[in-house]
Design a protein around this ligand. Sequence first.
Ligand code: ZN
Length: 381
Amino acid sequence: MDKKMLLWVAVLSLALFPRTEHADAAFWFQSKRATVDLRLLETSDLHGYMLNYDYAARTEAETYGLALTASLIAAERKTAKNTMLFDDGDLLEGNEMAAYVARRPLKKGEIHPFIRVMNHLNYDAATVGNHDFHYGLDFLKQTINGAKFPFVNANIYYNFEKNDTDDQNFFKPYVILDKKVEDRSGHHHHLKIGVIGFVTPSVIEWEKPSLGGKVKAKDILHTAAWFVPRMKAEGADLIIALAHCGVDPAAKQPFYTGDAVYLLSEVKGIDAILFGHQHRVFPSEFFAGVPGVDIRKGTINGVPAVMPGKWGSHLGVISLTLEKKGEKWEMTQAQSEAKPVYAIHNQQAKSIVRPDPDIVRMTAELQKNVLGSKFTLYSRN
Ligand SMILES: [Zn+2]
């Protein structure tokens, strides 16, 4: 082969098999097919229990407290490539520490100490529960303004003087979060995670003295049916409902507005439900035999769901497997579990994790003040 011929072969092979084509093909393959494992973590109904502390008995508690739950969160984050953390509301009212903070009250620009803890734990999003309205709308607004993560709720409205059409959402109804995930082969992808929140409409009645008719609630089912298609249209790959309402299969009637999780599971487009409010554990034997509920997989009408007890007694965990097919992500596997912070031996409950030292440190002064204050929520006799 003379020099000229050699040159031609080189030019021809470059033209036929450019290096970039191999790279493009590999990239095409990566971007078209991928398997991602994503773990959704949930706290709910913390009711002021940042610490594993029993304010009535004035002793450490073994079975609850976010300081303990946070250690479970850290363990999940260590063992899973991709996690997201959510809170389902009823955070701000319910124990002495919560009441102490609300009574001071917050100074202008001050961040609620619970929110400081949650910012530290890197929550991805949260919603409000009925009890979060207890200290009034101004307190609630200031509290959530201090959060580095969004609070979403779609069914509380204000500005409804004239008619139903001039209503405005009191909170951000939903967010679509950009979540960078790593697939099983180590490649990165961006998922659009839609998160929408709901609270039991009964809150308007229950919290009447603090709300004074300034806001109203709409039916959860209709609200979901309105917003979920919009979230899809905005490109949400996955839609997570944070529902501060329970499961009541007897609620299968069109105008029921309370424990709507069962109905929510039938709304097309909702992929996972993180719920609370009932202070129960889902999945668990308590819900065995409820039509459509699989307590082994932790699904309601096939939709993965979880409820983590109360006061941080459990961490809700939904493990999802998502597969990329063309441009779409499809959920191919789901398993829910509520993991307790304690275990029972010889009928004695003992915590199985140590309290998160950061939370203990961040709340130390507040805890001292709470215990030193004359104000108590519980009678001592
Ligand atoms: Zn609650």
